[in-house]
Design a protein around this ligand. Structure first.
Ligand code: C2O
Ligand code: CU
Length: 458
């Protein structure tokens, strides 16, 4: 009797304790210094900052609809935070110091825990002093898997970055606040890497279908990407599936923070090499090599299926949606006459002395009042009017939006829109996620030198 009873109690206790233990065991990601080979072989290792000391940080894969939890531990000599770029997240988990949380100081921790409603390709990166911290390597991929994986032979994440390294020592040039970069195109590097390596090689077979998840983690570089030895389609942009995949002919742009999911078929001959190519002024360069070892089948797969849609809000048409305007001003060649810091109006020259070169609707830093005060569930149109002499990649937190195409129809869902110099791009969105959300240029030097605003959803 006694034995049985004790046994029962023990089991019950064990049952009660085990799941709690399992749940309270946090997954830790540590922001810390590390060293790895970034430059071509023969160069020394580069000292980086990375999540778990690596660049990119650990690849996080979660099934759609599940929750993700990570405990950030900061072992850097600088405060940091993590932003989960492109995730329609709970505001408190958005990782923006001064708006949604305090920056996590050296030796401190912060627990992130949130649901992933949408499948697709996202990424995470530091959001404190991003112009330095992202350039040093504090980023990684976040992949949210469809409940049923699409039919592919391989699923490859390719995270693009460009580094400014000293050509002798291969160490990161520490001129993050260089006024010339801030006031021009931003911090452009002298070495482009994929997944933290120069010109990496991946094995494939002829006629394989490969899903390529491209993520641009560069501070400022806009890539113009193409395929060599591959044919394929763009099936998702900024994580969100396209209803009609786009066949790739020629090149397509990928601005900082943007993602593109491709389905590609390997068509080059066995024994050869296929590549993802970056077209630049002085030619086309391979970014990765897909080395073709053998043949998977006698012919490539035919056609492509769209990915299953995500549960995005509806925008049936544009009738009666209020219009807002955000003017992008400043930078080299169009210098600011004046702009505001809080309540104070300063001249362009005074602002330049403070390292501020750009303004959004007349403010050269995040204003006290939001650019837009929106009710939950309301629809809005925002026109980004680029009066500067440079392109910008405007990113909204916590929401995706639809591009309004020149003919007035609704284009793809995105979270970051590239606006060329002199151009106006309009977007439509439903403000369906409550909280305080940042809106900024993802050329991180531009954000640091004035291109920062926010909107509120209540
Ligand atoms: Cu990836 Cu505030 O951004
Ligand atoms: Cu910009």
């Amino acid at each position: 009797m006694t034995v049985t009873r004790r046994h029962v109690l023990k089991s019950a206790a064990a049952l009660a304790v085990l799941p709690t233990l399992a749940r309270s065991e946090p997954h830790v990601m540590t922001a810390r210094a590390g060293a790895q080979l970034i430059a071509p072989p023969g160069f020394p290792e580069t000292r980086v900052w990375g999540f778990d000391g690596r660049v990119p940080g650990p690849a996080i894969r979660v099934k759609q609809g599940r929750r993700l939890s990570r405990r950030l531990r900061n072992e850097l000599q600088q405060a940091t935070s993590v932003h989960w770029h492109g995730v329609r997240i709970d505001n408190a988990m958005d990782g923006v110091p001064g708006l949604t949380q305090h920056a996590v100081s050296t030796g401190q921790e912060f627990d992130y825990e949130f649901a992933l409603r949408d499948a697709g390709t996202y990424w995470y990166h530091a959001h404190n002093r991003s112009v330095e911290q992202v350039a040093r390597g504090l980023y990684g991929p976040l992949i949210v898997e469809e409940p049923e994986a699409p039919d592919v032979d391989q699923d490859l994440t390719l995270m693009l970055d460009d580094w400014r390294l000293d050509p002798e020592t291969a160490q990161i040039a520490e001129d993050f606040d260089n006024g010339h970069d801030l006031s021009h195109a931003g911090r452009l590097g002298n070495l482009v890497t994929v997944n933290g390596s120069f010109d990496p090689v991946f094995p494939v077979k002829r006629h394989e279908r490969v899903r390529l998840r491209l993520i641009n983690a560069s501070n400022a570089r806009i890539y113009d990407l193409g395929l060599d030895g591959l044919v394929g389609w763009i099936v998702a942009l900024d994580g969100m599936p396209l209803t009609d995949p786009i066949a790739i002919e020629g090149t397509f742009p990928l601005a900082p923070a943007q993602r593109a999911d491709l389905m590609v078929d390997v068509v080059a001959e066995a024994g050869g090499t296929a590549s993802l190519v970056s077209r630049e002024r002085d030619g086309a360069f391979g970014l990765v090599r897909l080395r073709i070892a053998g043949q998977a089948s006698s012919a490539p797969r035919a056609g492509v299926q769209p990915l299953p849609p995500n549960p995005l809000p509806e925008i049936p048409d544009l009738d009666g949606i209020p219009r807002h305007r955000m003017t992008l001003e400043g930078g080299a060649m169009r210098w600011l006459d004046s702009a505001r810091l809080g309540d104070v109006e300063l001249s362009g020259r005074e602002l330049a002395q403070l390292g501020r070169f750009w303004a959004l609707n007349g403010y050269a830093e995040r204003p006290d009042d939001p650019f837009l005060d929106a009710t939950i569930g309301s629809r809005h149109r925002i026109a980004f009017v680029n009066e500067t002499a440079f392109p910008h990649a405007m990113h909204l937190h916590g929401h995706h939006f639809r591009l309004i195409l020149p003919d007035g129809s609704l284009g793809p869902w995105r979270d970051t829109v590239l606006i060329e110099r002199g151009e106006t791009r309009e977007i439509a969105m439903v403000t369906d996620n409550p909280g305080n959300w940042l809106l900024h240029c993802h050329m991180l030097g531009h954000a640091a030198s004035g291109m920062m605003s926010w909107f509120r959803v209540t």
